[in-house]
Design a binder for this molecule. Structure first.
Ligand code: MN
Length: 419
């Protein structure tokens, strides 16, 4: 991909959505039903209008229409050759030197919408959602809090990508309000639990990938083929109620502490767009079992940041900065492990990274770690402090990969807490 690739659409140098990106989402214009689109600069390109106008005639894959519904599931199911071809068509159509769309004012009028004037929806119907636990520093920090540094990691942690099966129905798109959940909490000084709104509401900085091509039940995906099934990535906030979690999580893991709301960013950034930002996966010790090994396994250089703004603050404050490279297990390893027993993945399934924390205090991806379970409250510029999130707080996660003269960004996932 030449960095000099330019669109006839004006795109600011710090925009997350240059022609090198072209992430997919689903939007509702103010004058019609929801449909798939691609972000370019401050605009959305309407894929339904393009399909109706014949722009995808060369796409000879599967049943039509591909972009007729209000989700990307049909497109996700087509697989990588179709995704690649669609990207080629869109990059050509949007290129500065291509007149087809550029010089057709009627088509331009119908095909472009201002992002500020549309409502984003979930990009796909999520059938199943899994959350991994793949950041070494997150697992080490949490383990240290509960068991001390000598026993921080469970003996299995470096042998397999730990995960739990989450709840797909409560996944919401960025911007949705987050209602403080109620549940059972057991204070340390009481014998019986109390029923109360959570007093320890937390965020978790995560990314997640969407499954495209499915695999059949009983047919594990070999690690070398794992990426063929991965369409692209979004940002995710796995809202968590730590006090509910503490009381319920043994012996079967997280349940109500995590199933009340999970927010994702609206634009899916494709693996093709992330290709220039691949980095070799660092060597793992111990060497994983053969089904989790492949030559040239990779990670991505993606910057991630968290901002907090309380109701009293006039501007958001950055409270954490980390990087996707802080994940120990790769997305290929996660997918290969998920299916190794024969579990089938389907288009629209979502597999999340787990909280991404780095080695430094400033790169921790949750309040649990940033405040060390409330022991060191965050000091905010408003003079306020925070052990956990309070009603009225807005939490925003953003992410981007820095190219030469352009950025491939995810936009953001944001949510405000309401009581
Ligand atoms: Mn999580």
């Amino acid at each position: 991909m030449p960095a000099a690739l330019q669109s006839f659409i004006d795109v600011a140098p710090d925009s997350h959505f240059p022609i090198q990106n072209l992430p997919y989402g689903v939007f509702r214009p103010n004058d019609g039903p929801a449909r798939p689109g691609v972000a370019i600069g401050d605009l959305v390109l309407d894929l339904r209008v393009l399909e109706e106008s014949g722009s995808f005639r060369a796409l000879d894959f599967g049943p039509r229409p591909i972009f007729g519904g209000d989700s990307l599931n049909a497109f996700l199911a087509l697989g990588r050759p179709a995704w690649r071809k669609t990207r080629e068509i869109l990059q050509h159509l949007l290129a500065a030197e291509t007149p087809a769309l550029r010089d057709d004012p009627l088509l331009r009028e119908r095909a472009f919408h201002r992002q500020a004037e549309v409502t984003m929806q979930l990009p796909a119907r999520v059938g199943d959602y899994t959350d991994f636990y793949s950041s070494y520093h997150h697992a080490f920090n949490v383990g240290t809090m509960f068991r001390g540094p000598e026993n921080a990691l469970m003996p299995n942690w470096k042998w397999l990508p730990i995960a739990y099966h989450g709840r797909a129905s409560s996944i919401v798109v960025s911007g949705a309000e987050v209602r403080r959940p109620r549940g059972q909490i057991k204070p340390p000084d009481t014998v019986a639990p109390v029923f109360s709104p959570t007093r320890a509401l937390d965020f978790e900085l995560e990314t997640a990938f969407f499954i495209g091509s499915p695999n059949e039940l009983g047919h594990p995906v070999p690690i070398a083929e794992a990426v063929d099934h991965i369409f692209g990535l979004v940002l995710m906030n796995d809202w968590s109620a730590r006090d509910i979690q503490t009381w319920e999580y043994q012996p079967l893991g997280p349940f109500l502490a995590k199933n009340f709301c999970t927010s994702i960013s609206p634009w899916i950034v494709t693996l093709e767009a992330l290709e220039p930002f691949k980095k070799p996966l660092p060597a793992q010790d111990p060497e994983p079992l053969a089904y989790l090994r492949m030559p040239n396994d990779f990670t991505f250089d993606i910057e991630l940041a968290v901002q907090l703004q309380t109701a009293q603050m006039s501007a958001p404050q950055t409270i954490s900065e980390t990087n996707f490279q802080n994940l120990y297990w790769s997305i290929s390893q996660q997918l290969a492990h998920h299916t190794v027993g024969g579990c089938n993945l389907q288009p629209g399934d979502l597999l999340a990274s787990g909280t991404i924390s780095g080695p430094s205090e400033a790169s921790r991806g949750s309040m649990l770690e940033l405040t060390w379970r409330g022991a060191n409250p965050l000091q905010l510029p408003s003079g306020e402090t925070r052990k956990w999130l309070e009603d009225g707080d807005r939490l925003t996660i953003s992410g981007w990969a820095e190219g030469e003269g352009y950025r491939v960004g995810f936009g953001e996932v944001t949510g405000r807490i309401v009581g």
